[in-house]
Ligand binder design. Structure first.
Ligand SMILES: Cc1cc2nc3c(=O)[nH]c(=O)nc-3n(C[C@H](O)[C@H](O)[C@H](O)COP(=O)(O)OP(=O)(O)OC[C@H]3O[C@@H](n4cnc5c(N)ncnc54)[C@H](O)[C@@H]3O)c2cc1C
Length: 375
């Protein structure tokens, strides 16, 4: 290992990896420091859904477009299969169709289109409820299986890009040039701290100033339904959850309707994403419960609500459950990510909108332009 680096990155989740990989591809000498034997947090527990359509209008949407392009480029280099492409968001009411039409009229609708109920059924092998009115189709998304993709990305970062990967190593300080770790001192000119939802090890006072909480999500893996989905699926509730749709004026009427019809789904923060892996199994979720320290005890009602929305949207019973898990991520009410400068030549980067797989590479490019003077 080198003893002196241009950049030390603390945190081996997708945000730390995005910074380390971007810097190494630009020719910098990089070390990545991760507490666990391998990343085990939000970055491997998510859908692996690199989402463009539905991201908050403006900066987040632009960052997601860039991030999707980077994933599309590096996934084959890192031998990461792209499991799915595109998104089908089904709509069960005129109010939901109105939101989709309003979305399509914005710049974010480029390349997307409204499809009929029959077109949705034809594309999905007959899925869809009796009250299906139509669906939004977006070609922009790609999906990877995060539990495999993040280890493969880490391996590629080390073996091909030459990043020194230090696992089972905790960073206790991050003021360059000296970084104290549980395995000794590392020297680096600059540091990126990407701690996910660890708010207490590094720069706790700086993080506290942003008033962050954590969000806990319930997730499921279901057995292969015996058919291939053409892309990831979402439904009406997503139109009131994702800011790219929910901030449109037309979303207010839809939200009022859904709140009256499905109040518990909102209590549990449930909306529906159905993604499919190469083995045919479905990754299905999710719920959202916010707290300073969410416990590991996910209410059964959240899972019931996910299944209820599955049946309402797809008109089929869900296949048997193969796995259940919860994940947590950092959450803020007023921003989708933060970049803080707690000391000279240090950047603290936390994605606070549950979208790190979708925006991480775009954020990393901007952070490194500034921090490394790469621009
Ligand atoms: C269930 C679920 C579903 C999601 N679905 C999606 C999705 O489909 N698409 C999407 O874009 N986003 C999704 N997200 C959000 C996305 O997963 C997160 O935004 C992203 O993973 C955050 O990445 P991170 O690297 O900041 O955090 P993490 O993945 O939590 O990684 C942080 C790492 O830093 C390490 N660390 C912290 N402090 C130290 C230290 N002092 N020393 C050494 N190591 C340290 C930790 O061990 C950890 O491995 C989802 C999240 C969840 C939980």
């Amino acid at each position: 290992m080198t003893t002196s680096y241009d950049l030390a990155v603390i945190g081996g989740g997708v945000i730390g990896l995005a910074h380390a990989i971007t810097a190494a591809r630009r020719g910098h000498r990089v070390v990545l420091i991760e507490r666990e034997r391998r990343a085990n947090g939000a970055s491997i527990r998510n859908f692996g859904f690199i989402t463009v359509t539905g991201q908050e209008r403006g900066q987040s949407w632009e960052l997601a477009r860039r991030t999707r392009d980077v994933w599309a480029q590096i996934a084959p280099e890192a031998h990461i299969p792209v499991e799915q492409r595109g998104l089908y968001l089904s709509a069960r009411s005129p109010e939901a169709i109105a939101v989709i039409e309003a979305f399509l009229a914005t710049e974010m609708g480029e390349g997307c289109r409204l499809i009929t109920a029959d077109e949705f059924r034809a594309a999905t092998g007959g899925l869809g409820s009796d009250d299906l009115h139509g669906a939004l189709y977006s070609p922009h998304e790609i999906r990877v299986e995060s539990r495999h993709a993040i280890p493969l990305l880490t391996q590629w970062a080390g073996e091909v890009l030459g990043i020194d990967i230090m696992t089972e190593t905790v960073a206790f300080s991050s003021v360059p040039p000296r970084i104290d770790t549980s395995r000794g001192v590392i020297t680096a000119a600059r540091v990126v701290v990407a701690p996910g939802d660890d708010f207490s090890t590094l720069w706790p006072d700086r993080i506290a100033a942003y008033g962050l909480r954590r969000c806990r999500l319930s997730m499921l893996r279901l057995a292969d339904p015996g058919m291939r989905l053409p892309g990831a699926l979402m439904s009406d509730l997503s139109l009131t959850r994702y800011a790219g749709y929910a901030a449109l004026p037309e979303a207010a009427a839809l939200k009022a309707k859904l709140l009256a019809e499905q109040p518990r789904h909102y209590d549990n923060g449930v909306h529906l994403i159905v993604a499919q892996g190469g083995d045919g199994s479905l990754i299905v979720g999710d719920s959202h419960h916010y707290d300073d320290l969410p416990g590991p005890f996910a209410p059964a009602s959240a899972e019931d609500d996910i299944f209820d929305e599955y049946v309402r949207a797809l008109g089929r019973s869900p296949p048997p459950v193969l796995e259940r898990w919860v994940g947590t991520y950092a959450s803020a009410q007023d921003r989708t990510f933060l970049v803080d400068t707690p000391a000279d030549n240090v950047r603290l980067v936390i994605v606070t909108g549950g979208t790190g797989a979708s925006t991480g590479f775009g954020i990393a490019e901007a952070v490194l332009n500034d921090l490394m003077g790469d621009a």
